[in-house]
Write a protein that binds this ligand. Structure first.
Ligand SMILES: [Zn+2]
Length: 269
């Protein structure tokens, strides 16, 4: 993937009417989640093409890893809103914005299901209980899948190569704290930056189960169903070690089934 004439090539492109003037010498890259459940051209990218949306970003990355561009990189997109970074306000004037399809905060409703802010039912295996850096208590958040993360990495590499004036990558929640929570605690910012810089392509991290029987759960929290147990000494591959007490791992259960599940990370060595 590369950028030619301020457009991703190869790539899907439709121009959004929700744009400002010329974007010269961007210095910041801002990461967002869409807070939407759709994906692809019928999702948020389509929304950004409508004038009444009064919003846009340069690109949208779907849950399937699809990359849709709706604003050329030399034009200001309307993604940051009221915002400040390092004393400079109106971040749209000096930043490129990437939207990632993700619900953001989820809630467990009285019926035991995990739901989005629109009340859509979400697979509990895609939820993690985490504390946002600008908050003090835990919430459920949709996780970002690996295909999607790798697509964001490829787009970001292309942007940084084409616009060496960009010196920082931040979240919308860094430039509009209190008002915005995206991309949120489920976005692995540290690992993402390492992958972008080519430092993250390491061998998978494996850890050993130290508890005699460790519950493998469908989500990050005691409320999630137990899918089975990992017995002591089992080697599991760590997919995502969250900032909280839960880690997403892949491994073989006592019954022989290979699963991706969440475990309490204090029982991994
Ligand atoms: Zn945002």
């Amino acid at each position: 993937m590369q950028i030619v004439d301020h457009r991703l090539k190869p790539g899907w492109y439709k121009p959004s009417p929700n744009v400002g003037g010329a974007l010269n010498r961007p210095t910041l890259l801002v990461m967002h989640f869409t807070a939407g459940g759709g994906s692809g051209p019928k999702g948020v990218a389509d929304y950004f093409l409508r004038p009444e949306a009064k919003a846009s970003a340069h690109v949208v990355v779907g849950r399937d890893g699809g990359v849709l561009q709706v604003v050329p990189f030399n034009v200001k997109a309307w993604h940051a809103g009221r915002s400040v970074w390092r004393g400079q306000s109106n971040c749209n004037d000096f930043s490129i914005g990437i939207e990632i399809d993700n619900w953001g905060r989820l809630t467990r409703t009285a019926d035991g299901l995990v739901r989005s802010w629109t009340n859509a039912v979400v697979d509990p295996g895609k939820a993690a209980e985490l504390t946002h850096k600008n908050e003090t208590s835990r919430s459920l958040w949709e996780t970002y899948n690996e295909t999607q993360l790798q697509a964001v990495v490829q787009v970001t590499r292309a942007i940084l190569a084409a616009y060496p004036s960009i010196t920082e990558i931040v979240g919308h929640d860094d430039i509009a704290p209190g008002r915005k929570t995206d991309p949120g605690p489920a976005f692995p910012m540290g690992r993402f930056v390492a992958l972008v810089e080519g430092r993250g392509d390491r061998a998978p991290i494996t850890r050993r189960v130290t508890a005699s029987r460790l519950n493998a759960r469908g989500g990050a929290g005691l409320d999630f169903e137990v899918l089975g147990v990992f017995t002591q000494g089992t080697q599991v591959e760590v997919i995502y070690d969250s900032p909280g007490p839960w880690a997403q791992v892949k491994g073989r259960l006592s019954d022989g089934a290979e699963v991706t599940a969440w475990v309490a990370d204090q029982y991994l060595a």
